[in-house]
Structure formats: structure tokens, C-alpha cells
Ligand binder design. Structure first.
Ligand code: MOS
Length: 734
């Protein structure tokens, strides 16, 4: 496929709208006559509510209503499953009983005439509890552990292969709980019109939010509309519809006025998902030549007591390297916390930290360069699935990355490189993420003014979906980018999957392509059928589209879309759908790959670690927009720096309270922490993955960054740190 618009740099179509403040985010859609809701969050970690003093706060200035389990109507909570990895179990039913299942659970909602009055009343509500100690420590031996279905995978005999290997690594790894902490807080404005509900709500999955809230209130799905044209960062936290959306709708119904509910930063640590803390063990066995003989990867994640959340913690180990004996096991610790959720590069980013740290350790034990070690264990096929990769360019990624990074200037011995008094180290690690595609639809409308309007119920949480999808439409319609208007952010548009899992381009992009091809076919028919058309009566085979113009072979007559549409003034409209061909899915293993290189400087006296630069090389199939793709990657690297060195949600074991639930103590990279970041894309043609040839981008940019940094810290200091985030004391103590 040769392309004109796909593959070209384009700045964000919505950039001006955003930087001028014209873009409207969920909380910006203020409605006439609107009231304000504030959630009262439980201050115990487990137990029951004994009293809520509603009457006192009802008399406070501006308070219109106080809702709690004592007066909230019963909600239907019909079964609904829609999220990427449907949670097993039952979602939290809000204000339906006196039980407190985790610290921060909503126990009441105040509705008032201003945000200030609502906050004041929420702070004044007296709630008493009968509380017991929650189980929030994943490492506690008494924690209940379960094996999710199909969580283990095995080939050969990993244990005995490792035991009989001349070279071994066997270590434990831990990654702290993290919270997504996007700039934009979760927010919902709810308005009822009879039994129809409109939600202006921050969501990465509009049609799921629509279906979820319809199920909660027992409404037909079409009675709910969700609107979300812009998202100020999400990273997975808005993939699900959390309790505050229900509470906004419930409050609005109760007071019979539109209600706006915005979560506080603190509340975003309670009920909107988190990257679960993980505990892992990786054991490797290898020959003296560095050929892997056995891999054992055991990982435990977390879930809540009322739902089962799973992520792909150990799956990368199944296919990343060639090895005859591999066993991976995944367990879940059931905790008295809210349900975790996917957070950028979900399980893969956590799992690969353990695997790639162990591979790095193995390289030192063998005295083999880490890249050479990967080369010696490069598989020909996906050995877990026993099928070929649709494409795999991991080694090319290492080559491209190493060249840009200057890996050849690195001295292999740890603690051998200095810059003044600083210890300098560099490390590398592999990245990988599945190339998913889910069923999606889109609509194209050719208008009389020459504009092509595209609609899909997609979201744009920041990667540039508005722009990249417009490029796809421009490409397949043969139009310049400025003639395309892509509309997203409404649940009434054609259905798309969640805006997550790096599958938006593969899924929605493929649907747009299908819709464009369909609308072209219709435009062609109309041109042939219109009596006054210069192409009237032409045979379809003689006509072809060249750059948005319908041309008759061997003749001078041609028509643009605008010519065809304006003749009657009636737009030409078509819907297109796409999904992955099941036969192809059966035949190939489809994944993106990458290689990440990091350089760090460590102060040997005080233990501070600075990342000096990161170079990532990625093979993601076709790159739709190199500028946006590069931004995605540097953003992911920044997330990786956070994971490696800063981010950690600390829970108080007595009551499950996140003790650092604010930006001052939940550390995240800021501008000063961010060095030079470089993303490179390896030329990769994947003829199988989908007609666009795109494998998806997003998650993989975070995957592999933390182990590259940890491996660089080892190279700089000679200290192997197997817990994230790496802290000063880890580097200072032996
Ligand atoms: Mo991303 S965790 O797929 O929103």
C-alpha cells in the first residue's frame, strides 16, 4: 500500500482548540440550573456504617439534598459486561447498603447550590462506623490468593531444566501500587429529561459507560447518551465506569436538576482503579553460551474482594524468548481495596520488569553483552502458541536503538564509568505488547461543501486520535487532511471498542477505512445513475478514484465528491465495520516489539538517580503519524521513569488509607526529571495484522522503560535493585 497522508507528519488538528482553552472537557459542560455534588468517602477500611447525621447537614447553607444508603433508592444493577478484560464478580453497588468494603468508598453524596457549599457540607457530615482491620497487604501470608482461570502456561519442564543448568538466576521482584493521576480529574455532569439521561463524562469507553449506566438504572441503552469530546489524560483510569458516574446520575434524578460531580485528587486514589502492586519471582537457567534452558515466572497481582481484575502480568515471558522449558503462573491476592484497573502498559510493563531485570543479571553472570544475549535467544516462532509471528523485529529494534544510543561506547563492567564524581550507567531492555484489534464501526458522510465528515464513538485521551483518524479518512478518500472532519466523543456515533489496549488505530482506523471504501462505492453509483452526470451510464469498471476524483479511463470526464453530492445536495452516507479476520488471528501471533536504552547518573554520596537520556526503538507495523507516534513514545517513557524511580501509593495497613493521596507526596516526573528522550521506528511491513498494517502504539512505550533504567542503575552502581520505585536508600545500602 503506497500512501499519501498516512505516514506523514501532521500536528494535532485539535491543538489550537486545546491551547486556546476552547476545548471542552467533561466538567466544562455546565448546564442551566445545575447543582453540585460532592462525595463523602469512608474513613475506615472495612466494616459498616452505624450512623450518618444527615439532618444536620441538610440545614447547612445551600444544601439541597443528602443521599446515603438510608434514603437512596434501590438501583437495578442489571448484569453488564463490557470492559476490555471483563471483571469477574460484581461491581460496587453504591449507597445500597451499610457495608464499607474499602477505605474511600462513597458513603454519601451532598448536593448543593455551589461547589463550596457542597464541599463544606461534605466535610461536616458525621458518619460513625463499626470497623475492623482490612487486609490490604499483598505480602501478608494470611492473604487469600486465587488462581484466575487459564492463568498458567507451561511447556517442557522449567524447574528441572533450571536446576540442571550451569548458569542460573533466581530472584524476587516487587512493584508498588500506582495511581494513574491524569491532569484532568474524573468528572460527570448528569441531566435527566424524563427517563432519558445525558452524561457529559470523562470516559475512554463511551458505549460501555452508556450500557453500564443503563444497566444500573434499568433503562434501555438508547435512553442514555454519553458525551466526551476531550480527555485530559487518562492512562486507563477512565476505561471503566466508576461509582461517581452512578452517583451523579442518581443525585440528578433525586433533585430533578442537572448535577455536576468532580472527584477530588484525593478521591482519585480510592475508586478509579490503580496499577496493582505486584510480587514476582523469575528464575532463569542457561548454558555457558547463553542459551536459555528454562524460565520460571511466577507473579501475583491484586484484586478487590468483590471483583476479579486480571492483567497480563506473566504472559510476555511465554513468547519473548526461545526456550524449550517455560512455566508462567499468575495469582491474585484478594484485598479489601477497590478494584484495580489497567494502567498504561498494564500487566506487561510490570511483568517485563522482572523478566528483563533477570535477563540483565544473566548477561553479567555469563559475561555476554545484553543485546547479544537477546540475539542468542531470538525465537523463530511464538513457541508458546506454536505459530509464526505476523512480523517480529526485536533484533532490528536493538540494532537501531543501540546505534542511536551509542551502546558501543559503553564499558561492560559495572561501576566503571564516571562523569566527575557521578557514576554513569546504561542499561537496556526489551519491550513488547500484543497487537490487538476489536470490532468497530464508523460512518462517513460526504457533504455538498466538499467536506467528508466521519463519526465514531471513539475517545481521544491525548494520543491524537482526532488527527490520526482524519489521516486515515483522507488517505482512503483521496482528500487533503483539511477536507476531513472527524467527530468522536458521542455514544450515539457508531460503536467502537474502548480507547485503550493500544487498539484504537487497528480497530477504529480499520472501520474508517471500510466506511471510506463503502462511501466511495456509493458515490460512484450515484455518478453513474444521475442522468445529468457526465459519467451517466458509464460502466463501473471504467471508473476509478484518483485523489478524490472519479475518473473515466481513456476519457476526460471526471467528478469530485463535491460535484457528485452538490448535484442533488443530498449527502452520501455510509457506515463501515471492521474486525480481525478469525483465520488470520488463528494463524499468527501478533505483537509489537521494542528495545529501550537508558542512561543514568547516580550520585554515589547521596544516592540520587537522574535519568540522562532514553532511546527507544519500536517496531509497530505502519506508523500513521510519526510526530504523534514519537510523542506517544516519549510520554510512555516518562511514565516509565515514574514507575522506575518515583510512583508509589502507600497504604496504611491499619485502615487501608492511601497515606500519600495527593500530588505533594505521590511523586511523578516533572519537567526537571525529564531528560532527552528519543523514539525511533523500525521499518516494518506487517501484511497480516490488518489492512492498515498497524500494530498499535501506546502501551509499548511504557513497557521496557523501567527495567532499562533499573539495569542502568546496576551498571552505574553495581547494586541490583529489584523493587520499584528504586529509592535513594536502595542505592546507598548494600
Ligand atoms: Mo491504556 S491502560 O489501554 O488506557
Amino acid at each position: 500500500m503506497s500512501t499519501n497522508v498516512i505516514g506523514k507528519q501532521a500536528t494535532r488538528i485539535d491543538g489550537r482548540t486545546k491551547v486556546t482553552g476552547a476545548a471542552r472537557y467533561a466538567a466544562d459542560f455546565n448546564q442551566p440550573n445545575q447543582l453540585y455534588a460532592v462525595i463523602v468517602s469512608a474513613t475506615v477500611g472495612l466494616g459498616r456504617i452505624t450512623t450518618i447525621a444527615e439532618a444536620e447537614v441538610e440545614r447547612m447553607p445551600g444544601v439541597v439534598a443528602v443521599l446515603s444508603h438510608q434514603n437512596a433508592p434501590k438501583l437495578q444493577y442489571r448484569p453488564h459486561k463490557g470492559v476490555i478484560d471483563p471483571a469477574v464478580g460484581e461491581r460496587l453497588h453504591v449507597l445500597q447498603d451499610d457495608a464499607v468494603r474499602f477505605y474511600g468508598q462513597p458513603v454519601a453524596v451532598i448536593v448543593a447550590d455551589s461547589i463550596d457549599n457542597a464541599e463544606r457540607a461534605a466535610a461536616a457530615v458525621q458518619v460513625t462506623y463499626e470497623a475492623t482491620r482490612p487486609m490490604v497487604d499483598h505480602a501478608d501470608p494470611s492473604v487469600e490468593r486465587i488462581a484466575p482461570e487459564a492463568s498458567d502456561k507451561s511447556r517442557g519442564d522449567a524447574e528441572s531444566a533450571i536446576a540442571n543448568s550451569p548458569v542460573k538466576v533466581d530472584e524476587h521482584y516487587e512493584i508498588a501500587r500506582e495511581n494513574h493521576n491524569p491532569m484532568e480529574p474524573h468528572a460527570t455532569i448528569a441531566e435527566w429529561n424524563g427517563d432519558r439521561l445525558t452524561l457529559w463524562s470523562k470516559s475512554q469507553y463511551l458505549v460501555n459507560e452508556q450500557a453500564e449506566i443503563a444497566a444500573v438504572f434499568g433503562l434501555p441503552v438508547e435512553n442514555v447518551e454519553v458525551i466526551c469530546p476531550f480527555i485530559g489524560g487518562a492512562f486507563g483510569t477512565s476505561l471503566r465506569t466508576w461509582p461517581h458516574v452512578t452517583l451523579a446520575a442518581l443525585a440528578a434524578r433525586h433533585v430533578e436538576r442537572p448535577v455536576k460531580l468532580v472527584l477530588t485528587r484525593k478521591q482519585m486514589f480510592f475508586t478509579t482503579g490503580h496499577r496493582p502492586r505486584s510480587l514476582q519471582r523469575v528464575a532463569l537457567g542457561a548454558t555457558a553460551e547463553g542459551k536459555l534452558t528454562g524460565i520460571l515466572h511466577q507473579g501475583t497481582g491484586e484484586t478487590s474482594r468483590y471483583e476479579q481484575f486480571t492483567e497480563a502480568l506473566t504472559t510476555v515471558t511465554d513468547y519473548l524468548y526461545s526456550c524449550p522449558n517455560v512455566r508462567t503462573e499468575y495469582r491474585l491476592a484478594k484485598l479489601d481495596t477497590s478494584t484495580p484497573n489497567h494502567m498504561r502498559g498494564p500487566g506487561e510493563a510490570s511483568g517485563i520488569f522482572a523478566l528483563e531485570s533477570a535477563m540483565d543479571e544473566l548477561s553479567y553472570r555469563l559475561g555476554i553483552d545484553p543485546i547479544e544475549l537477546r540475539r542468542r535467544n531470538e525465537p523463530k516462532i511464538d513457541e508458546a502458541e506454536n505459530k509464526p509471528f505476523s512480523s517480529r523485529s526485536l533484533i532490528q529494534c536493538y540494532e537501531v536503538g543501540a546505534k542511536h544510543f551509542g551502546w558501543d561506547k559503553r564499558k561492560p563492567e559495572p561501576r566503571s564509568m564516571r562523569d566527575g564524581r557521578l557514576l554513569i550507567g546504561s542499561g537496556t531492555a526489551s519491550a513488547t505488547y500484543p497487537a490487538f484489534q476489536a470490532p468497530a464501526s464508523a460512518r462517513v458522510r460526504l457533504l455538498a461543501d466538499g467536506i467528508a465528515e466521519i463519526e465514531a464513538a471513539a475517545s481521544d485521551m491525548g494520543p491524537g486520535t482526532y488527527t490520526s483518524m482524519s489521516q486515515v479518512a483522507a488517505e482512503f478518500l483521496g482528500l487533503p487532511l483539511e477536507k476531513v472532519r472527524f467527530k468522536l466523543g458521542r455514544s450515539k456515533y457508531p460503536q467502537t471498542p474502548s480507547h485503550g489496549g493500544s487498539w484504537t488505530m487497528a480497530s477504529v482506523g480499520s472501520a474508517i477505512r471500510a466506511a471510506c471504501l463503502e462511501v466511495q462505492a456509493q458515490a460512484k453509483s450515484r455518478a453513474i445513475e444521475q442522468i445529468k452526470s457526465p459519467l451517466f451510464g458509464a460502466s463501473a469498471e471504467d471508473l476509478e478514484w484518483i485523489g478524490g476524483r472519479l475518473v473515466r479511463r481513456g476519457a476526460s470526464s471526471e467528478l469530485s465528491y463535491q460535484d457528485i453530492v452538490s448535484r442533488t445536495g443530498v449527502p452520501i452516507e455510509a457506515e463501515g465495520s471492521a474486525k480481525r479476520d478469525p483465520e488470520i488471528a488463528e494463524r499468527y501471533s501478533m505483537h509489537s516489539f521494542g528495545a529501550v536504552f537508558a542512561e543514568v547518573a547516580v550520585d554515589p554520596d547521596v544516592g540520587t538517580i537522574r535519568v540522562r537520556r532514553i532511546v527507544g526503538a519500536y517496531a509497530i507495523g505502519r506508523v500513521v503519524n510519526p510526530l504523534l507516534a514519537s510523542s506517544q513514545c516519549t510520554g510512555g517513557m516518562i511514565g516509565g521513569i515514574g514507575m522506575a524511580l518515583m510512583e508509589r501509593t502507600v497504604l496504611d495497613r491499619r485502615d487501608g488509607r492511601p497515606v500519600n493521596a495527593h500530588m505533594a507526596d505521590y511523586l511523578m516526573p516533572v519537567n526537571l526529571d525529564i531528560p532527552k528522550l528519543e523514539a525511533h521506528f523500525v521499518d516494518e511491513i506487517d501484511p497480516h495484522v490488518n489492512p492498515l498494517g498497524v500494530k498499535g502504539l501506546g502501551e509499548i512505550a511504557l513497557v521496557g522503560t523501567a527495567p532499562a533504567i533499573a539495569n542502568a542503575v546496576f551498571h552505574a552502581t553495581g547494586k541490583r535493585v529489584r523493587t520499584l520505585p528504586i529509592q535513594i536508600e536502595n542505592v546507598l545500602t548494600a
